[in-house]
Design a protein around this ligand. Structure first.
Ligand code: DGL
Length: 269
C-alpha cells in the first residue's frame, strides 16, 4: 500500500545520537509526526560487523513498519554505510541516510587539510572510501576513529573530565596536522560539539550533516506528495530498548526541545 501524507516519519540510530538529526527534522518540518527509535541496548554499532548492524537496522524497520511510517531517516553514519542499500531494496518508501560531510568540508577548507571524526565502521566502509574518492581529490583528509565517545554520550556525558581527556587524545593529532575544517561524521558527536570546540582554536570550522539531511527530507516529501498538510504541531515519540533506568532522562536532556512535543514511550523491544 502506498504511504499517506498523514503517516509518521521514523528516525533510527544505534542509540541517542540521531536525536541531533531529529532536532533538525523537527525544525524543518514542524507539522510532521516523528517516531524516534534508539537501539541503545546494541550501541555502539561502530565496531560491529555489517551483517550484525543490518540485522539490528531491519529489526528497527520492522517496528516502524508496524506504525505505518511513510519515510525513514537512518540518522546514523555507521548504519547507513552498512545497510542503506539493503533497506532501500526492501521497502518502497523514501529512506534517507547519513554520510560524513566530506563534500561541504572540502569546499570550505582554505588550506585543504580536513579532519574527520567518525566510528571505525564508517571510516573503513566502502561508502566512505568512495566519498573521499569523489570529493577529496585535492584535499588531505585525516581520519580519526573515536572509540569510546558514543558510550559516553549514551550515558548523557557531554562534558566530564573523562570525555575531555578522550577528545584531546583524538583531536591533538589533527591540530598537529594544521586542519582548518573538522567533519563530525557520527551523529552522537554533535552533542559534544561544545566540548570539541573548547579544545580547538576558533578558526577551525566544524561541519555537521543534520541540517542538510532535514532539508533533503523536506524536498523528498514535497516531491513525493508526502508532506503532512496538518497545521498543528506534530508529535515526537521516543522509543528505546535501553534497560538503564536513566535512559528517559538522557533522551529528555539531549532533546531539550519543546516539552509539548516530547513523548517518551519507553521500550520498543
Ligand atoms: N550515531 C552513530 C553514527 O552516526 C553512532 C555509531 C555507533 O553506534 O558506534 O555513526
Amino acid at each position: 500500500m502506498a504511504p499517506s501524507q498523514n503517516n509518521p516519519i521514523g528516525v533510527i540510530d544505534s542509540g541517542v545520537g540521531g536525536i541531533s538529526v531529529l532536532k533538525c527534522i523537527r525544525a524543518h518540518l514542524p507539522h510532521e509526526n516523528l517516531i524516534y527509535v534508539a537501539d541503545s541496548k546494541f550501541a555502539p554499532y561502530g565496531e560491529k560487523a555489517n551483517e550484525e548492524i543490518t540485522r539490528r537496522v531491519l529489526t528497527a524497520f520492522d517496528f516502524l513498519n508496524k506504525q505505518e511510517v511513510k519515510s525513514v531517516v537512518v540518522a546514523c553514519n555507521t548504519a547507513t554505510a552498512a545497510s542503506i542499500q539493503i533497506v532501500r531494496d526492501k521497502f518502497n518508501y523514501p529512506i534517507i541516510g547519513m554520510e560524513p560531510a566530506v563534500k561541504p568540508a572540502s569546499l570550505m577548507s582554505k588550506n585543504k587539510v580536513v579532519g574527520v571524526l567518525a566510528t571505525s565502521g564508517t571510516l573503513l566502509s566502502a561508502k566512505f572510501s568512495a566519498l573521499l574518492e569523489h570529493h577529496g581529490n585535492d584535499i588531505h583528509f585525516i581520519t580519526q576513529p573515536c572509540f569510546g565517545l558514543v558510550e559516553l554520550v549514551e550515558q548523557g556525558d557531554l562534558e566530564s573530565s573523562a570525555l575531555t581527556a578522550l577528545l584531546k587524545k583524538y583531536i591533538d593529532p589533527l591540530l598537529k596536522e594544521d586542519i582548518d575544517t573538522l567533519v563530525l561524521g557520527c551523529t552522537h558527536y554533535s552533542f559534544i560539539k561544545p566540548a570539541i570546540q573548547k579544545l580547538m582554536p576558533d578558526h577551525i570550522k566544524i561541519v555537521e550533516t543534520g541540517d542538510a539531511v532535514a532539508n533533503y527530507l523536506n524536498h523528498v516529501l514535497i516531491e513525493k506528495h508526502l508532506l503532512n498538510e496538518n497545521t498543528a504541531l506534530g508529535t515526537t515519540d521516543f522509543w528505546t530498548n535501553s534497560l538503564d533506568q536513566n535512559a528517559g532522562n538522557v533522551i529528555a536532556k539531549l532533546w531539550g526541545g519543546d516539552p509539548k512535543s516530547f513523548n517518551y514511550k519507553g521500550l520498543w523491544i
